[in-house]
Design a protein around this ligand. Structure first.
Ligand code: ADE
Length: 266
């Protein structure tokens, strides 16, 4: 899977080099390219924002740099090289000049043909959930457009929604307002890429966790020692009786869901 992130703060994506996603990149399952939006500006101040039409507080991100950046990335063929390759300045305009490629590895998965999904993180988007993570994990290429300030001029989403071969998803990671789309992109990228075959060591662990069984949270988990600070591990887990363990876990999952997320409990 090829993932591009466009942002005015490329450094925000540095944590993507860590842990699972870093391993996925090293293993050639994911290739993540981070690009600085300001490389698609042409004025001396590298301006990316302006005052909102209609008045109001804050600034809005101008459509032109976004259009140029996204066009360049979409115009570039979906590359799935087998080995890391430097991107010489000018090869992919803007990206070559300033796309700080934080991670680079071979990759490419099937799933949704070669269609590109343009993801625009926004507090006013559709809720991003596990089902969406699973759907996006089937994509070959994702481009994240991370806005700041009051958001990106609405015509950017509108323009690309009308383009052949491009699916546009405006997505929110929760009912709160972040300072920008970068953290939301990181959240989504982690949720999506850990579903790719070979990223999580034990595929069974994916099946059991919260939100995979819709409407049911995960049961509580324990490890050694059997007694810690006077607290005992529930005896059924030490019984070796698989049927009883499964029934107990199911019951705990239901209780926990009712307690923590009554909105999910049926
Ligand atoms: N940008 C600002 N707030 C956001 C949210 N809750 N989800 C996604 N992107 C955002």
């Amino acid at each position: 899977m090829l993932i591009d992130v466009i942002t005015i703060f490329p450094e925000y994506l540095a944590p993507a080099q860590l842990s699972l996603l870093g391993k996925a990149a090293a293993a050639g399952i994911v290739r993540l390219q981070v690009h600085d939006l300001r490389n698609w500006t042409s004025d001396r101040h590298r301006t990316v924002d302006d005052t909102p039409y209609g008045g109001g507080a804050g600034m809005v991100m101008k459509p032109e740099p976004w259009g140029l950046a996204i066009d360049d990335l979409l115009g570039a063929p979906t590359r799935r090289p087998q080995a890391p390759e430097p991107s010489p300045p000018g090869q992919v305009p803007g990206a070559g000049a300033g796309g700080s490629e934080l991670l680079e590895a071979a990759g490419g998965t099937g799933g949704q043909g070669d269609e590109v999904t343009l993801v625009i993180p926004t507090a006013s988007g559709n809720p991003f959930d596990q089902a969406l993570a699973e759907r996006l994990a089937g994509a070959t290429r994702l481009v994240f457009a991370c806005g700041r300030y009051e958001g990106i001029d609405a015509r950017v989403a509108e323009h690309y929604r009308g383009r052949d071969g491009v699916a546009v998803e405006e997505l929110s990671i929760g009912d709160y307002v972040l300072a920008g789309g970068e953290v939301a992109a990181l959240v989504m990228i982690e949720a999506i890429t850990r579903l790719l075959p070979g990223v999580v060591g034990n595929a069974a662990s994916l099946a059991e966790e919260s939100h995979v069984r819709p409407g049911l949270l995960e049961y509580p988990v324990y490890t050694k020692p059997a007694v810690w600070r006077g607290l005992e591990v529930p005896p059924v887990l030490l019984s070796g009786h698989h049927g009883k363990v499964a029934a107990w876990r199911d019951d705990q999952a239901r209780q926990r869901t009712a307690q923590m997320r009554p909105d999910l409990a049926g």
